[in-house]
Design a protein around this ligand. Structure first.
Ligand code: 3PY
Ligand code: MG
Length: 258
């Protein structure tokens, strides 16, 4: 059977921005709704969201069924967690707090089959979702599963050129909250502060020099615009709870204006 799997790598090779929603609420029903918003994909936040692995499995299936790529921001850069979400059918894994070349290499080892890495075989759900026979899935999996290292500390920033040069890595993903917190030694969350944007320029340059996708957590139109101008392409559009909050606030404002 031909592959029905969404080809995120090919989509990210195109010049248009890739804007995706970010889910913190564990709900398959909501995942199906989010996958039908006019956005390019859905990310499950398994670090700070309330989504565990058994919540994520049917959510990933619902997103795939809607023809959108499922992205998983995992709890930590731990090899078992990387393999689990890819085996469940996620098209991309985003690993938090990758601070060194060695940590980036460990991430790639967990996510990619040989010769790029050492991913363990057993992606039954991913295999079924791909519509491929096992031998063909093995041949294609390394391009069907995109791997992003989060750059979100001063340590990671200082190592970003070495991290970006890790063979098999597909992209860098900036966490501007944590990055600005560490840049200011805990003084502020400054997602568009001067120091943060300067750091983000360096991170985008490292991504570009290694042909990696530059990604960042955006979350509102102003930040998205600023990050796009810095060369970022794979950007969080907004979070489920923020969409609800903004929708309700806009409604109350409109009613009160009458
Ligand atoms: C950050 O901004 O630190 C993130 O991890 C995005 O959620
Ligand atoms: Mg973070």
């Amino acid at each position: 059977m031909a592959s029905s799997h969404y080809d995120l790598k090919a989509r990210l090779a195109r010049p248009e921005p890739f804007l995706f929603s970010w889910m913190s609420i564990p709900s398959t029903h909501l995942a199906a709704q989010m996958a039908r918003l006019p956005l390019d994909g859905v990310c499950l936040d398994m670090q700070h969201g309330m989504i565990g692995f058994s919540d994520a499995v049917p959510m990933i299936a619902a997103i795939n069924a809607a023809g959108r790529p499922a992205i998983a921001r995992i709890l930590w850069n731990e090899p078992g967690l990387v393999g689990q979400v890819l085996d469940a059918g996620a098209a991309a894994v985003v690993a938090p707090m990758v601070n060194s070349r060695a940590e980036a290499e460990a991430l790639v080892r967990a996510a990619k089959y040989p010769p790029l890495g050492g991913r363990s075989w057993g992606g039954y759900t991913a295999l079924q979702a791909s519509g491929l026979q096992p031998a063909e899935y093995l041949r294609q999996a390394n391009r069907l599963t995109q791997v992003f290292a989060m750059i979100e500390t001063v340590v990671a920033l200082n190592n970003v050129e070495a991290i970006a040069a890790t063979p098999g890595l597909d992209g860098l993903f900036v966490g501007p909250s944590d990055l600005s917190i560490t840049l200011s030694n805990g003084a502020a969350i400054a997602r568009t502060g001067a120091a943060t944007l300067k750091a983000m320029e360096r991170i985008a340059a490292a991504a570009k020099a290694n042909n990696l996708v530059a990604g960042a957590f955006g979350g509102d139109p102003e930040r998205i615009g600023i990050y796009l101008k810095l060369g970022y392409k794979f950007i969080t559009a907004g979070v489920d709870v923020d969409f609800l909050q903004a929708g309700a606030a806009a409604l109350v404002k409109a009613v009160n204006a009458n």
